[in-house]
Design a binder for this molecule. Sequence first.
Ligand code: FES
Length: 126
Amino acid sequence: MTHAASPIRVCDAQDLRNGGPGVKLPATDSAGHSTVFFIRYQDRVYGYLNRCAHVGVELDWENSFFTRAGDRIMCARHGATYLPDTGVCDGGPCRNGRLTPLKVQERDGTVYWLPEGKIQPAASQG
Ligand code: FES
């Protein structure tokens, strides 16, 4: 068997709606403690490290990640916008930056995070 990281359960699939609130989990990476977040956009689930490409703070305000129109991720701090399916910034002070994507999986009505590299869960999930 290969040494694959075990999937982390994020939430029920139905907890994530297109353009709706995200789900956050505690995480660590080489820069210390942070969070990761998971959203649904055009029926697919995406996950990113919750760190703006501008000055490195968390993006959301109370789990709200989307613009009102639901077509961009928007940083609550200075309004940088990111494409939800790639994490590439397309407006605001982070131009040419991008969010760090995570590997996610949706199966049997559940969303999973498959941690890899230096971004790892900070606490075990109950
Ligand atoms: S910290 Fe996100 S736009 Fe400035």
